[in-house]
Ligand binder design. Structure first.
Ligand code: ADP
Ligand code: MG
Length: 223
């Protein structure tokens, strides 16, 4: 589950939906250890681009390279196996299950081969190390939205993500929770993980990100 640090390169990405050119020849490069903000107004094509990186959509044109090697993702499973984890705007957690159960949903091992006590301990240690305190035994419906976001991030990290995509993560957070998230992101980057952070607020990305790519109408207007 340990993936090496990854340099991501998306080149010439094109994605059309009926009547919309959502991504128009988009180039994006993210180095290991970089916090890269993807900035743009609603409808600019940010989520589409990241859904392509996460294997949810196939691009109509363009390519993705990881450490220089061309990759093709047929499904999110392929992207996860390559070390890419995405936390979507709308969480994909099972409300009635515990934090630990949700974290292992992404693994290939069936539940009965795992020692759930050990998994819970690993999650607690990981959560503490990254400043994302959460009780592995709590059920999702008992958690605040900010805590649920932590579970999504922990899940991606537990599966071995070395590129973490966060789609408008601060939209659901209080200012204080957002500060905690920035600290977590900085710590992850310090370990060589890359973070792609979607936002539509320049003020927020200018403090948290090393680099910013701005999308408008599906095109990159600057990095
Ligand atoms: P952003 O995340 O920057 O707000 P999106 O990538 O979600 O933008 O959307 C870019 C454009 O593509 C928008 O015009 C949106 O309506 C359209 N779009 C996104 N996803 C779909 C989809 N699954 N089907 C059709 N149109 C879509
Ligand atoms: Mg979006």
């Amino acid at each position: 589950m340990d993936n090496p640090p990854l340099a991501v390169e998306m080149r010439g990405i094109v994605k059309r939906f009926p009547g919309v050119l959502a991504n128009d020849q988009v180039d994006l490069r993210v180095a290991p250890g970089e916090v890269h903000a993807l900035l743009g107004e609603n409808g600019a094509g940010k989520s589409t681009l990241m859904n392509i990186l996460a294997g949810l959509y196939r691009p109509d044109a363009g390519e993705i390279r990881l450490n220089g090697q061309r990759v093709e993702f047929r499904s999110p499973k392929d992207a996860i196996a390559a070390g890419i984890g995405m936390v979507h705007q709308h969480f994909m957690l099972v409300e009635s299950q515990t934090v630990a159960e949700n974290v292992i949903l992404g693994l290939d091992e069936p539940r009965f081969v795992l020692d759930m006590g050990k998994v819970a301990d690993q999650i607690a240690t990981m959560a503490e190390g990254y400043g994302m305190a959460v009780d592995p035994h709590a059920r999702i419906w008992q958690l605040s939205v900010g805590e649920q976001q932590r579970v999504e991030i922990l899940k991606a990290l537990y599966i071995g993500a070395n590129i973490l995509v966060l789609d408008e993560p601060t939209a659901v957070l209080t200012p204080q929770e957002a500060e905690q998230l920035y600290a977590t992101v900085a710590r992850l980057a310090g370990e060589g993980k890359s973070i792609i952070f979607i936002s539509h607020k320049l003020s927020e990305v200018s403090s948290a990100a090393h680099k910013v790519t701005v999308l408008r109408g599906g095109r990159v207007v600057g990095t």
